[in-house]
Write a protein that binds this ligand. Structure first.
Ligand code: ADP
Length: 305
């Protein structure tokens, strides 16, 4: 099982011509609501055949109901009961004419997750755990989650994606989480923020040997170029991106990490898992929206075709 205890929110996506000025009253040309945040990663893993479980918190409002339905549809189990009197977090996404995205988030129920909630869930030695930087950056629950991560049993595998918010995680919390990380998956900017370095080789070396000393490997994603994989005592490996008809890269990173985990969990080599994740993430960019991960069959077709 893959257990995710980080963020799962609902995105409210408004298409507008330009960002509003103070006091403006704009009318959006379109509006969409869909689950986002860590949901995208879970969908990618699930569609690649992994039993995926959400052990974060959802709320009892409109956003919570939407998320609950989406979990049911994707056959993702939700372990903890809904928080009463508080809704699931939302993210307002303003997409302007030039395609730029501006976000305003409210964490809601997901920030109410406490270490005791997580510790009360029975887990086994073969369970894999994932979280992203979002919930670690929330003052209400960051330290609680770091405590849970530090207490994972040595044989349990923990995968971490620091996300763009990594600079806002309190340094002691970030350091403690990286220390317990078995697999790190981040993009180039996040790798720079953590290491203060620029060159891929130097960043990979610092991540493996200084920041994540127990990790088995580190993935550094490079958007349309592809991704690097750094494994202990091995030459830095690069896998180019697949050429596809990209229309929306939103959620590509989430899809990449979900597919990477799924391939590792079924025993593939890390280099194959990287290529598999590149294929999954590339296919996800050929559709609009966040949770657009392809199925394992679709990915295998791209890999062998
Ligand atoms: P993030 O969304 O976290 O910044 P990236 O933008 O690096 O992550 O995207 C993650 C992965 O998605 C890349 O490593 C690559 O495999 C794939 N990807 C992203 N953009 C494209 C693209 N335009 N064409 C093909 N693959 C892409």
């Amino acid at each position: 099982r893959l257990l995710h205890f980080g963020s799962a929110v609902v995105d409210f996506i408004y298409r507008i011509v330009h960002l509003p000025q103070p006091g403006d009253d704009l009318i959006a040309s379109s509006f969409l609501q869909m689950p986002g945040g860590g949901f995208n990663m879970m969908v990618a893993a699930r569609r690649s055949g992994v039993k995926t479980v959400f052990m974060g918190r959802i709320g009892d409002g409109v956003a919570g109901s939407l998320l609950e339905k989406a979990f049911e549809q994707e056959k993702i189990d939700c372990l903890l009961p809904k928080i009463r009197g508080e809704d699931t977090g939302v993210c307002i996404v303003l997409v302007t004419g030039d395609g730029e995205r501006t976000f305003v988030s409210h964490p809601g129920a997901e920030s109410r997750l406490q270490a005791a909630d997580l510790q009360a869930i029975k887990t086994g030695p073969n369970d894999w755990f994932f979280t992203s930087g979002y919930t670690l950056a929330y003052p209400e629950c960051g330290a609680q989650q770091a405590e849970f991560i530090a207490g994972l049993r040595p044989e349990q595998t923990f995968v971490f994606d620091p996300t763009g918010i990594v600079g806002e995680i309190a340094p002691p919390i970030l350091a403690s989480v990286l220390k317990r990380t078995d697999w790190l998956s981040c993009n180039r900017d996040e790798a720079r923020t953590i290491t203060g370095l620029v060159e891929p080789e130097a960043m990979a070396d610092a991540l493996l040997n200084i920041h994540c000393p127990r990790s088995r490997g580190v993935v550094i994603r490079l958007g349309a170029e592809g991704a690097y994989l750094a494994e202990r005592n091995q030459k830095l490996h690069f896998a180019p991106a697949f050429k596809v008809a990209t229309i929306d890269t939103n959620g590509a990173g989430d899809c990449h990490v979900g597919a990477f985990i799924a391939a590792l969990m079924r025993g593939e080599t890390p280099t194959f898992a990287l290529r598999y994740a590149n294929a999954s993430a590339a296919l996800s960019t050929t559709k609009h929206g966040g949770a657009t991960a392809p199925t394992r069959t679709e990915i295998d077709l791209l890999l062998t075709g």
